[in-house]
Design a protein around this ligand. Structure first.
Ligand code: ADP
Length: 488
């Protein structure tokens, strides 16, 4: 295990400029005046304190969003005009890529390099993708039986509450906000309490882009208070949630018990990766290490070689400061997650899995964990059943394609899956047999704004990204008229 040390000094971490709530186009304190600290996972120290929103602040944000929706220009302007403004927003995001990536690095521990390239490009791509779609939202003309004809209108669904997690803060902000903006919705975004900083910066950029006041509101705060105030609000038309399956269930319950708002849930996963005998072992191991596939099934012919190479690779893996260009893995996002991962590792050991590499924290301060690989893992162990969301991989051996499919599907989740093989028949068969929302073949975790992403089974419902996500923010209305004359 090597540690890459600290920042190479080539990038200056920006001053934190935005720490309040963003409501109706202004940065404001919480009604209560309360604040909470956001922590740098590299050190465990406080970065700054941010305003802590609660029910009263959500009420104010909903009032602003409601007014912007019911009376404002945003849902009424042409799709073309909305698209132009969203394009401007995309330009500003791109111009500020470094600051956005830096905020995610200090707040969530995401690699600065990755943030600048893949993730932040996803953000501006999402904005441009949906900006281009904003003037292509239209209904159909229908000839009805009898003497009536009609047409459908596709209208924005209204005021949307987005509740998002810490694992990908700025990306998640745009995954939710970009299609909702294009549809003509107004919104309240509640970032995860661990990672409020980039959402506030994104709100500032929206203002600079000319997005009208009240269209985007950001209320930082804790899940059971600010989050629950969104899911149970009587004046929010839709809630779009990404996070754990447990909290997704609470969100859906609150939505049902309040005003039956429309719900979409993007929840946990325990995604399998299946590596077949014909795969190039070096490439497969490289790929695996980058993504830390959590349930890795390796066919028996290459299993031993795979295990040996994976161990070598893990030992040379560079865990360290997310600003260091050599770092391959940064810290975990917060202390809670760090403790949770370590306790799963202990559980794995107690349940009798063999620890091949890693297994412990690897720094005196901050939330760094060694890349951890278990072998001799059984399907009923907790480390195979639960989502861990950390650098913990379980390697398992299989014999036949049927067995791989059966074991890959033996989970309550269905978010994603990976297949590594050069056999086209295997690709076709396995990708159709696995019950998951996205299948990566000879690649993994490739995300793009134009591909729908979202789970099967207890990984949720309703897609993010792609044209399907735009549909989530639209209602269809039928308008019916007599063809020749009114019968009345
Ligand atoms: P994780 O376990 O990955 O931290 P959570 O599901 O707890 O994910 O959190 C995802 C988002 O849901 C965060 O923004 C969090 O504040 C919010 N949240 C947590 N509890 C609730 C709740 N009871 N109601 C609404 N939102 C919540």
């Amino acid at each position: 295990m090597e540690s890459s040390g600290h920042s190479d000094g080539s990038f200056k971490i920006p001053n934190i400029r935005f720490t309040k709530l963003f409501i109706n186009g202004e940065f404001v304190d919480a009604v209560s005046g309360n604040t909470f600290e956001t922590i740098d996972p590299r050190t465990g120290e406080t970065i700054t304190r941010v305003a802590e929103g609660d029910k009263e602040d959500i009420d104010l944000a909903v009032k602003a969003a409601r007014d912007a929706f019911d009376n404002g220009e945003w849902p009424r302007m042409s799709g073309y005009e909305r698209g132009r403004m969203i394009m401007k927003y995309a330009d500003l995001v791109e111009e500020n890529i470094e600051e956005l990536a830096a905020l995610d690095a200090i707040d969530a521990g995401m690699l600065f390099r990755t943030g600048k390239t893949a993730n932040i490009h996803l953000c501006s791509h999402l904005l441009r993708y949906y900006a281009g779609a904003a003037d292509k939202i239209h209904g159909e003309t229908l000839k009805m039986s009898g003497e009536f004809q009609g047409y459908t209108l596709r209208e924005p669904i209204g005021v949307v509450g987005h509740i998002i997690p810490w694992n990908f803060p700025s990306g998640m902000f745009f995954i939710k906000a970009a299609p909702a903006l294009a549809a003509g919705c107004t919104m309240i975004v509640k970032p995860a309490e661990q990672t409020p900083l980039s959402a506030l910066f994104c709100a500032h950029l929206a203002k600079l882009a000319g997005i009208p006041d009240g269209v985007i509101n950001v209320v930082n705060g804790f899940g059971p208070k600010a989050g629950a105030a969104i899911s149970s609000h009587m004046d929010i038309d839709k809630v779009s949630f990404t996070g754990s399956t447990e909290v997704g269930r609470l969100v859906m319950q609150a939505a049902a018990q309040s005003n039956l708002k429309v719900v979409s849930l993007e929840l946990g996963g325990k995604s399998p990766v299946i590596i077949f005998d014909d795969a190039d072992v070096d490439m497969a191991v490289d790929g695996e290490m980058c993504i830390a596939g959590s349930r890795v099934y390796v066919q028996e012919g290459i299993y031993d070689r795979f295990v040996q190479k994976a161990a070598e690779k893990a030992k040379a893996w560079v865990v360290g400061d997310p600003f260091d260009p050599l770092t391959l893995q940064g810290p975990q996002a917060d202390k809670k997650q760090f403790d949770k991962i370590l306790s799963y590792i202990e559980h794995g050991k107690r349940e009798g899995a063999t620890l091949l590499t890693g297994g412990k924290a690897c720094s005196e301060k901050g939330y760094y964990i060694e890349p951890t690989i278990f072998t001799d893992v059984k399907e009923d162990m907790l480390i195979v059943k639960d989502e861990i969301f950390g650098p913990v991989m379980s390697l398992m051996k299989f014999k036949t394609v049927e067995e791989a499919i059966k074991r890959a599907n033996s989970t309550r989740y269905g978010l994603a899956a990976g297949i590594v093989t050069n056999n086209l028949n295997t690709v076709n068969r396995v990708s159709r047999s696995i019950r998951a929302g996205i299948i990566w073949v000879n690649c993994y975790l490739v995300l793009s704004g134009d591909f729908p992403f979202g789970g099967y089974k207890m990984s949720g419902f309703g897609k993010d990204m792609g044209m399907q996500a735009l549909e989530k923010y639209l209602h269809v209305k039928s308008v019916v008229t007599p063809i020749y004359h009114s019968p009345w």
